[in-house]
Design a protein around this ligand. Structure first.
Ligand SMILES: [Zn+2]
Length: 214
C-alpha cells in the first residue's frame, strides 16, 4: 500500500481523504472562512471542494475538476494572506486558471504550476518573518548588546537563502521579504553601523544578480 502524504503539509496520514490529513482539512475550513461541515457529511474533503466550487460560481463540476480547482483556490488564499505586491502577477495567473475550469473545459489551463506544499512552506516562512519583523521594530537597538543583536539578525537570515528561490512564486515571496526587511532596516535606521547588515546586503544583492536556473 502506498503511503499517503498530505499535499499541504507533506506529513503522512492514514485516512480516506485523497489530498489532506484531517488536521489540515480542519484548518482549511477556518482559513477559507467556511463553517464546519454538518455531521451527516461523510466525506468532508469532497464537501470542502464542493463548497469552493460553489463559492466560485461553478456548479456540476466533476470530482477531478473540483479537486484541481480547490488546490488553486487554496493557494490563492494563502498568497492573499501573505499580501505581497510582488505576488500580484502570480495571483492574477492563478485566478485565470481558476476561471478556465468549467464543466465543458477539456484541458486544464495551467499558466503557473506549483504544489500546495510549496505554497504552504512559503506561507510559514512569511509568518515567521512577520513575527521577526515585529520584534525587530520593537527592539531597543541602542540598549541592546551587540552579540545579542547580531544573533537576532542571524536568526532571520533564512530570507536570504538563495536555494529557496527556485520557482517564480518563491522568488516573489523571498524578494518581498527581503525588500520589506531593507525598508525597515534602512528607512528605520536600524543597524546602521553593523557589519552583519552589510554582509546580508551583499548576499541578497549577489543573489539577485543570479539567473534563476544557475
Ligand atoms: Zn497536512
Amino acid at each position: 500500500m502506498n503511503e499517503k502524504r498530505c499535499i499541504l503539509c507533506n506529513k503522512p496520514y492514514d485516512y480516506k481523504y485523497v489530498m489532506f490529513g484531517r488536521g489540515c482539512l480542519e484548518n482549511l475550513y477556518d482559513l477559507l472562512g467556511f463553517s464546519k461541515p454538518p455531521r451527516i457529511i461523510w466525506n468532508k474533503e469532497l464537501y470542502l471542494c464542493t463548497r469552493i466550487a460553489w463559492k466560485n460560481h461553478k456548479f456540476f463540476l466533476n470530482k477531478k475538476k473540483k479537486y484541481a480547482l480547490a488546490q488553486k483556490y487554496i493557494a490563492l488564499n494563502y498568497l492573499n494572506i501573505m499580501n505581497y505586491e510582488f505576488l500580484d502577477d502570480i495571483k492574477e495567473k492563478i485566478s485565470k486558471d481558476i476561471k478556465s475550469i468549467t464543466i465543458s473545459s477539456k484541458n486544464m489551463m495551467e499558466t503557473i504550476s506549483f504544489t500546495l506544499n510549496d505554497i504552504y512552506k512559503l506561507f510559514n516562512y512569511s509568518e515567521k518573518f512577520n513575527k521577526f519583523l515585529k520584534e525587530l521594530q520593537s527592539a531597543d537597538w541602542e540598549e541592546m548588546d551587540k552579540e545579542i543583536a547580531k544573533n537576532f539578525i542571524k536568526s532571520m537570515s533564512f530570507i536570504f537563502d538563495v536555494n529557496k528561490k527556485l520557482n517564480p512564486i518563491s522568488y516573489a515571496v523571498f524578494y518581498s521579504m527581503q525588500y520589506t526587511f531593507w525598508q525597515v532596516v534602512v528607512v528605520g535606521g536600524i543597524l546602521a553601523n553593523m557589519k552583519l547588515s552589510a554582509e546580508l546586503l551583499h548576499n541578497s544583492l549577489s543573489a539577485f544578480g543570479r539567473q534563476p536556473d544557475d
